[in-house]
Structure formats: C-alpha cells, structure tokens
Design a protein around this ligand. Structure first.
Ligand code: ATP
Length: 487
C-alpha cells in the first residue's frame, strides 16, 4: 500500500538512484543534514533558481539583484538579533539521549489533538503555547514550554519514554575564525540567512542602481543553520540555499505591499506546477516583536503541511538596528517631497532546496497501467523538468543515429536535450518517465522516408507523428499549454 511514509521513502530512493540528490560525504558514512545534488538534481535546482530570478529580478524594473558574501562582519549578527535570539528551545530524552525541539513536540501533539477531534482541549493548549512563546525572557519561554510538555504528558517520539531534561535555548549559528588568530575578536559566523547581506547594502544598491522607493533587492545564496532536528531529507538542512527579496517602502505602505507580494508569491508556486489544493496559508499567531504581519505558504508534503516560504512585514527594524550598530545613517531622502525616513521592509523568503523537495513530492506518481505494470513517473512542469526532451533513435543503425543527432543539435539551443540510443525503446521511455522528461522524440524507419518523427507525451503516454521541421513549435506550444493533472 502507498502510505505517505512509503511514498516519501520512494521519492528519497528515486532521488538517489536517478542522480538527483546524494548524501554528502557518503563514502565516509555521510554528514548529517547535508546533501549533494547530482546531474539531474542540479538541473532541476537551476531551473527553479532561474525561474525565481526571472520572476523577481528580470520581470521587475524596481528590483535589483545582488550576490553578497557568506562571511560578514560579526557585528551584523549582533545588530540583526541573531547572536542573542536565534535560538531553538531544546529538550533531551534521558532514555534515548536524543534531543528534540520543545516547540515542535508541542506542535506535533497539537496536530494529534486536531486529528482526534479534541478541539476544546486543542484550543486550550494552543493558548498556553502562544503565551509561552511570547514570554518576555528566554527562561520564561523555556519554562512555559516545559510545563506544557509535563502537563500534557508528551512522550518522546522515538523511545516512548517520559523522562525529559529541562528546556534550554541553543544558538543555531555556525561560528568560525577569520584570519590566523583564533581569538574572540576574530570570531565570525556563517550567515544563517541571506537577508542581512541585502540590508547592509541598502545604500550601495540604491545609489548605484539609481532606485527610488519603493524598490526591492533580491538574492539567492547559501545559508547555514546548526539545526538540531534535521530530518526529512532536504526539508531541513544545515547548509541550504535561500531565495530572498527585501522590498523597501515608505512607512504606512507596508500592508498593501504585503498583500501584493502574498498574491505574487503564491502565483509563482502555481506557475511551477504546484496544485492549488496542495498549498495553504499559515498566518503567524506569534509575530516577531518587530513584525506587523507574517504568513507562511505551506505545502502538503507526504509528512504533513509544512512551510516553504515566508512573507513578512518587518517594519524598519533591520535598517534601524544597522544604523544603531554601525553609526551610519540608513535614512532615505525622498527627492521629490524632501521627506527623510527609515524605510519599512516587506520580505519574501523561500528555501531553494525546500522548493526542490516540494516539486519532487508534487511530481511523483506511482501509476498502475492498463497492462498491469506500474510505472514511477515524475510529472514535473516541462519548464522545471531537468531534461525537456529526449531524442531516441529506434535502433542504432540504418542512419537513424545520424538523423537523431541532427535533430538533437537543432533543439539544443532551446531545451535541455538528452540523447540515448541504447536498449529497448520501452525501457528508454520508462527511464525518461522516472526522471520526469515530458517529451520523448523517436526517430524510426519512417523518419528516413518522409522526415516525420513521433513525440511521446510523458503524462498521457500518447504519441503524435509530426514533421521534424515542426518539432520546435510543437514543443513550445505543448509547454505553454501544459497543465498539471490531479491523478
Ligand atoms: P522553519 O520554521 O521550517 O525552521 P523558518 O521559519 O526558520 O523555517 P525562515 O527563517 O523564515 O524559516 O527562512 C525562510 C525559508 O528558508 C523557509 O521558508 C524555508 O523554505 C527555508 N529554510 C529555512 N531553514 C531551512 C533549513 N534548515 N533547510 C532548508 N530550508 C530552510
């Protein structure tokens, strides 16, 4: 039976088997929560990245891109609040010696209450949970979470024991030293988010790109978090990539921009082929103290609804803090009205790897065919698929490979093309289904006579026979009209 856990395991094993994603340092037993992208994974990831860059930077005159360094001045992270407050509340199971995030234990407990229809009890726990998270001091947060775990008698998921330590805060930043001397002054951090590289470059970008408010700065890059509960494959990694955009605006204009960006970002996921019913909003009940609105876009992964993107209205918190810590004026001067103010910020922040995982989960189907066989297929949107078209000569003789190569060369300027002449055609189709190639173009005996080829559609498995000169337009049309099917 295809249970969600089962499906997720299939996706993980297919990812490895077909060269999408490998465990990092595998021959040494692997490094936890870090992964490498293989030949197909890197194509998939780049397609996602390019679509984001195109949608955000190239489609907007008032959004500029940057590529800031991973290493930044240590004070950046004091100003941003990460040194003091980028913590997770942790609790240890004494029986198994495993460590958990206290807030996640409670969230999972609440999900169970919801599933069991215990709505009244759920509401009560939720009120206590929100109050605990909003407590003034770290100690009070830890105590509040600990009390809920005790009162609700939440057991350790792995050992089933109820033998917990206290809850305490743990900072998620990786630190290292810059230069030859490993002393406190040389201590720096691997950035835990890309956003700060944008804030510190606010004036540089505004001046050099001659932008006026409202305008945005976008960036794709690596971020590092020493995540404690790092499971679920590439959902939660210690080294991952973010795609973030900070939109600077006049105070008072933030909520309109926030709504606008919510709509645009949801549409982007739909345009990548994610079905609408698999996405939902999760409005934050606990706002960071500087935020005035925040929402997540969640996707229904096989392991449950989880965040893929956050859209946050962050007020002037970041620029104000950098002004305070750097002593530099971060104000904006409106040349027309003469007004001076610290801009407000609405940000959109999504994880590239998490998008890749969502697309893999969304695309994966195990289908029973009419002949009784099952086929594993990845139904990627053709614009996302690592290979767009496979060119397959039916047999490796009679001039078919030569004709196939000439068609392949014509298509390479437009698509990622894969050429394969080995093995039975049925097996070659199956392999292409499994890696999500939407179109297979076959050159057969008839091609040599009248110049026609067959194009097989991955989703319907139907074949059309068309003249080779029409292939390019045929594929462009098909890609434009592609729609995700629910089966
Ligand atoms: P979570 O609650 O899942 O830890 P977060 O709220 O801390 O996420 P943000 O700081 O808002 O996440 O980061 C923005 C985006 O970056 C997230 O929506 C997610 O897609 C991605 N992201 C965050 N942490 C990780 C991680 N450890 N591995 C992969 N992607 C991540």
């Amino acid at each position: 039976m295809n249970t969600p856990t089962n499906v997720f395991e299939h996706i993980i094993s297919l990812s490895k088997r077909r060269g999408f994603i490998f465990q990092s340092s595998e021959i040494y037993g692997g490094l936890a929560a870090t992964y490498d992208y293989g030949p197909l994974g890197v194509e998939l990831k780049r397609n996602v990245m390019n679509r984001w860059w195109n949608a955000m930077v190239r489609q907007h005159d008032n959004i500029e891109g940057i590529d800031a360094a991973i290493l930044m001045h240590a004070t950046v992270w004091k100003a941003s609040g990460h040194v003091d407050a980028f913590n997770d509340p942790l609790i240890d199971d004494r029986a198994s010696k495993r460590r958990y995030r206290a807030d996640q234990l409670i969230e999972n407990h609440m999900a169970k209450l919801e599933k069991d229809g215990k709505t009244e009890h759920l509401a009560e726990v939720n009120t206590r949970f929100v109050a605990a998270l909003n407590a003034e001091t770290d100690e009070a947060v830890c105590k509040g979470l600990y009390d809920i775990i005790m009162e609700e008698k939440i057991k350790a998921p792995d050992s089933g024991a109820f033998d917990w330590t206290e809850v305490r805060q743990f900072n998620l930043m990786f630190s290292t030293y810059s230069g030859p001397v490993a002393d406190a002054d040389a201590k720096i951090y691997l950035r835990p988010e890309t956003a700060q590289g944008i804030f510190v470059n606010f004036h540089n970008v505004r001046e050099t790109a001659r932008q006026q408010i409202p305008f945005g700065i976008a960036q794709i890059g690596k971020a590092f978090r020493n995540e404690i509960v790092a499971r679920q494959f590439i959902f939660r990694m210690r080294e991952f990539e973010q795609m973030e955009m900070q939109y600077f605006l006049k105070p008072g204009a933030q909520l309109e921009a926030y709504e606008e960006w919510r709509a645009k970002r949801l549409q982007w996921h739909l345009d990548n082929g994610i079905r609408e019913e698999k996405l939902r909003w999760h409005v934050h009940e606990k706002l960071a103290h500087y935020a005035d609105a925040a929402v997540d876009i969640q996707y229904e992964f096989p392991f449950g609804w989880s965040e893929v993107e956050g859209i946050h209205s962050r007020t002037d918190y970041d620029l104000r803090r950098h002004q305070e810590f750097s002593g530099k004026n971060m104000h904006y001067s409106d040349t027309q009205s003469g007004e001076k103010y610290l801009p407000y910020v609405v940000e959109t922040s999504t994880g590239l790897d998490r998008n890749v995982l969502m697309l893999l989960c969304e695309a994966y189907r195990s289908e029973k065919l009419e002949n009784g066989e099952t086929r594993d297929v990845l139904k990627f949107h053709p614009r996302i698929a690592p290979i767009t078209v496979a060119v397959l000569p039916l047999v490796k003789k009679d001039g078919m490979p030569e004709t196939a190569h000439s068609i392949e060369a014509e298509l390479r300027d437009f698509f990622n093309v894969f050429y394969d002449e080995k093995g039975a055609i049925g097996r070659r189709y199956r392999r292409m289904d499994e890696v999500g190639t939407p179109y297979c173009l076959t050159i057969d005996g008839q091609t040599l006579e009248d110049g026609t080829v067959t194009i097989r559609d991955r989703d319907t498995m139907q074949q059309d026979r068309i003249h080779r000169h029409h292939v390019l337009n045929y594929l462009k049309n098909k890609i434009q009209q592609w729609k995700s099917t629910t089966n």
